[in-house]
Design a protein around this ligand. Structure first.
Ligand code: BV8
Ligand code: ZN
Length: 253
């Protein structure tokens, strides 16, 4: 299935992987779009935005506490674990995720850029000061920042908010240098994350998409595999490892 792709990977030095909610779907974390998606039940503007928080911080915290509760019970799946192994197969490997669920770090990935923050971290809505309290935030008694008295909010990037410039700049720099760029489990609709695969491709990378359906990126991709990341990634990594060892020790062929 991956023979032609592997011939592109065998000499690739730098690999960059962008993941979205789809890679966590098999762990039981709901995605955003699509029939079972979160946005089917909730409207992002009504929950994942500063306006929503300022208008009704209680409702926004109830939603994040519900998601934290749900995510607290899930574990990395075979797709996350395959990416941990994939990291060892390239001289340079960078993982850029839109996910806020912390599952890549839990799986053991090392070089991770969390574009949209992390749902388990809290910060002050006014001074951005990190709020170390790790327990549940009571929606009807939201703690205040010790420095400026601002309300505490989840440390995630909401719609209409800028991403951390250091993080997004690093993600663009990595994408520009990639020999191969994987877009895995993302609808490629949210910017600026969705621009990364395009930048990689424009700078000469081989663009690979793994998704259960087509997306706006599919026609640009050099390779597009329809399937679950938890199924396809372990197979791809096993095949790449085998080809790599054959290339290293031709006498084994
Ligand atoms: C910004 C954290 C400057 C919060 C999130 C008009 C045009 C273009 C852009 C814009 C526009 N108007 C406004 C914008 C900017 C906006 C944007 O992109 N809007 C889109 C929706 C049009 N972006 C922003 O606001 C960003 N900031 O740009 O600042 C600015 C400001 C204002 C105006 C202009 C510029 C901030 C974006 C960050 C928002 N925060 N999350 C939280 O989580 O609570 S975004 C949210 O969407 C998640 O992070 C999620 O990861 C992300 C992307 O979604 P996906 O990960 O792709 O998930 P999705 O469900 O969509 O898709 C899952 C895919 O997996 C599907 O394709 C499915 O088929 C597949 N799949 C399912 N199961 C599997 C699978 N694949 C493989 N295996 C499986 N098993
Ligand atoms: Zn503060």
């Amino acid at each position: 299935m991956f023979d032609e792709l592997i011939s592109h990977l065998i000499n690739a030095r730098r690999c960059v992987v962008l993941t979205g909610a789809g890679i966590s779907a098999e762990s039981g974390v709901p995605t955003f779009r699509g029939k079972e998606g979160l946005w089917g039940k909730f409207k992002p503007e009504q929950l994942a935005s500063m306006d929503a928080f300022m208008a009704s911080p209680k409702i926004v915290w109830e939603w994040y506490n519900w998601r934290r509760e749900l995510m607290g019970q899930v574990r990395p799946n075979a797709g996350h674990l395959a990416l941990v192994e994939m990291e060892t197969l390239f001289e340079e490997f960078d993982l850029v995720t839109q996910n806020v669920d912390g599952l890549h770090a839990m799986a053991g990935s090392k070089s991770i850029l969390e574009l949209h923050g992390n749902i388990y971290r809290n910060k002050c809505v006014d001074c951005d000061g990190i709020f170390e309290f790790r327990g549940d935030i009571a929606p009807d008694n939201i703690p205040q920042c010790g420095h400026c008295g601002g309300k505490i909010r989840p440390d995630v990037v909401w719609f209409g908010e800028m991403l951390d410039p250091e993080i997004i700049d690093a993600a663009f720099a990595q994408s520009e240098q990639a020999d191969v760029f994987f877009s895995i489990g993302t609808s490629a609709e949210v910017h600026p994350a969705a621009t990364l695969p395009v930048v990689a491709k424009n700078h000469g990378a081989t663009l690979v998409e793994i998704n259960v359906e087509e997306t706006t990126l599919t026609e640009l991709a050099d390779f597009h595999f329809i399937g679950k990341s938890g199924d396809l990634l372990p197979k791809l990594v096993a095949q790449l490892k085998e080809r790599r060892s054959l290339a290293q020790f031709p006498e084994l062929a």
